[in-house]
Design a protein around this ligand. Structure first.
Ligand code: SAH
Length: 253
């Protein structure tokens, strides 16, 4: 079984595939001002890199909106469709198996673009620039992204994340990228620690034993669990220096 298939297997049973929480999504919804928006018709919101739908389901429930949920993994989209049907939300959520750098939308057709823990796959700068054209003028972008919480940190930590994601930076640098890319920043906040621990790492650890057993403790399965453990250990040691930031910005023309 290849690495991607293992990754899918480890994550598809989770409520979410990255750090976050329902409280944080709702806080971002409030800061984005979407509930108060009068577009004349139902809002149209894309959730990019939606995974099994943690935020898509919540957005569909919280807002008078049509959610366009996009992920390139059909296995995750399938779970999302199942969860949406179970919650009676299937009419409000359309799903798309598509890559985030070639979105299946018309220019200026979205009121908002949502993306939690996913934009790093194409890189923050490329992502916000590419996605802008799909937003209506004045449309809202809300993304969570790996962020340094201070300027000074252990070299070991810097080296670890820069090797994995060279675009890791402080919030002020991310906000400047937004300003340079045709957006006006509206809000920023750092995700609280339980978004990593209670909502992401703990359930991941709980799934790991079954996952290893299902794969007969194969070397590849063990390597994947070890990788996750490394990230968890790094968070336990240095979590005050890094995490995810939520960035909310409005398209300006
Ligand atoms: N937003 C979800 C999932 C975050 S994990 C949550 O917060 O739980 C990142 C997601 O991005 C995964 O579901 C992965 O399949 C998806 N992804 C990664 N690269 C992608 C790409 N190039 N195009 C579309 N989706 C991608």
């Amino acid at each position: 079984m290849d690495e991607l298939q293992l990754l899918i297997d480890l994550h598809r049973g989770g409520e979410r595939q990255g750090p976050g929480s329902p409280e944080v999504t709702l806080r971002a919804v409030a800061l984005a001002g979407l509930a108060a928006r009068k577009s004349g018709s139902k809002l149209r919101i894309a959730d990019i890199g939606c995974g099994t739908g943690a935020s898509a389901l919540l957005l569909a429930e919280a807002l008078d909106a049509q959610i366009e949920a996009v992920d390139f993994l059909p296995e995750f989209i399938e779970v999302l469709q199942h969860n949406a049907a179970a919650a009676g939300l299937e009419k409000r959520i359309s799903t798309h198996v598509a890559a985030m750098d070639v979105l299946p939308f018309a220019p200026q057709s979205l009121d908002a673009i949502w993306s939690e823990g996913a934009i790093y796959n194409m890189g923050f700068t490329a992502g916000v620039r590419n996605w802008r054209s799909f937003l209506k003028p004045g449309g809202v972008l809300a993304v969570s992204e790996l962020t340094w919480f201070d300027e000074e940190r252990p070299a070991e930590l810097t080296e670890y994340w820069e090797a994995i994601y060279p675009e890791v930076s402080t919030a002020s640098e991310k906000l400047a990228i937004l300003e340079q890319s045709g957006y006006s920043p509206r809000a920023y906040f750092a995700l609280p620690g339980e978004c990593w621990t209670t909502h992401y790492f703990d359930p991941l650890r709980e799934r790991a034993a079954d996952f290893l057993a299902a794969h007969n403790n194969s070397e590849a399965a063990q390597a994947l669990v070890c990788e996750q453990e490394e990230e968890i250990a790094l968070y336990e040691r240095f979590g005050e220096h890094w995490g995810y930031g939520f960035y909310i910005a409005q398209r300006v023309d």
